[in-house]
Ligand binder design. Structure first.
Ligand SMILES: [Zn+2]
Length: 311
């Protein structure tokens, strides 16, 4: 059975994102209601009411772009293709000949391995971000248009921004490598530090957000623990220890590792005092909600990313 049809590990990261100033994620099409602003914030029906929200697809694009920026800075095109390049993107190169899943994975750049391309499914999924409580939206116009949009503005138009509120989003990563988690950790650090903008007119001062880590769950649905050893249910093959966080490389056979280009040392030590428990389904799970503990786990994953990024 191909590796991507199995589930070895899974990380579920929950974040709270709030605007730090005005943000605007535009609705796709202008609605028919003439009383609404020309550029209104995207809305959805959730929990019995219409509400502004942060679409997961839009946030995923933001995370991918920042991952690419970091990866390209340290490793050039080897680590991050330009997904829009019609000749040199992984999608374009892989399209030229039929690939099996392992080949498509191995021949994709580091970023495509995590976020996917036209030949490879994404390992990362984001939920839409719904507000936890009240949100504040405002309509802007007049002088602010010139300041924000500069000479791009054609005629007077209104736009709607969200200025207050807390949006909860969840990132699911399955069959991850520790290096992937390490790069993601750096991106979440930058998001938390306010270095990543979201939505419309980022270069003109809109889109500043604050983020905080809410919880992290790491799960191995097909593994069990005996003493300190973690093994695959069924094969009894030991894949790691209770004080390690395990990437997909730990779970594969030698042959599969070669096919997928994974390393056997795909693990990082867990910070002291942090280990796995069995959840109510009997699955091996690490569940953290203290931001400092989550960051400590993430920090330990970054060295694997540095290994990958080494020239
Ligand atoms: Zn790529």
């Amino acid at each position: 059975m191909p590796v991507h049809k199995r589930l070895y590990n899974e990380a579920i990261i929950r974040l709270i994102i709030s605007p730090d100033g005005p943000i605007l994620i535009k609705a796709g099409e202008k609605g028919a209601d003439p009383t609404l602003p020309d550029m209104e914030f995207v809305r959805t029906y959730h929990d019995g009411r219409w509400t502004v929200y942060l679409p997961g697809s839009s946030l995923k694009g933001v995370l991918r772009a920042h991952c690419e920026r970091i990866a390209r800075t340290v490793g050039g095109e080897q680590l991050a293709c330009d997904p829009l390049d019609p000749r040199k993107s992984c999608s374009a190169k892989l399209k030229q000949k039929a690939q099996n899943g392992a080949e498509a994975y191995r021949q994709s750049c580091f970023i495509c391995q995590l976020f996917g391309n036209t030949s490879l499914a994404s390992h990362l999924r984001l939920t839409d971000g719904y507000p936890l409580g009240e949100v504040k939206t405002e309509e802007r116009n007049g002088v602010a248009i010139d300041r924000v949009f500069g000479s791009v503005a054609v005629g007077p138009f209104n736009y709607e921004v969200c200025t207050e509120g807390e949006f909860q989003i969840t990132i699911h990563v399955k069959n991850f490598t520790i290096a992937q988690l390490g790069l993601l950790a750096l991106v979440l650090r930058d998001l938390e530090a306010g270095r990543i903008g979201v939505g419309f007119a980022k270069s003109r001062g809109l889109g500043r957000v604050k983020a905080k880590l809410d919880s992290l769950v790491v799960r191995y649905p097909t593994s069990q623990r005996q003493g300190n050893a973690i093994s695959l249910i069924g094969t009894k093959r030991e894949v790691g220890q209770n004080d390690q966080i395990l990437g997909i490389g730990c779970f594969l056979s030698d042959e599969e590792r070669q096919d997928y280009g994974c390393t056997v040392s795909d693990w990082a030590p867990l910070p002291q005092g942090i280990g796995y428990e069995e959840n109510e389904w009997g699955e091996l799970e690490l569940a953290l909600d203290a931001p400092e503990a989550i960051k400590a786990v993430f920090r330990n994953c970054v060295s694997q990313w540095r290994e990958v990024a080494k020239p």
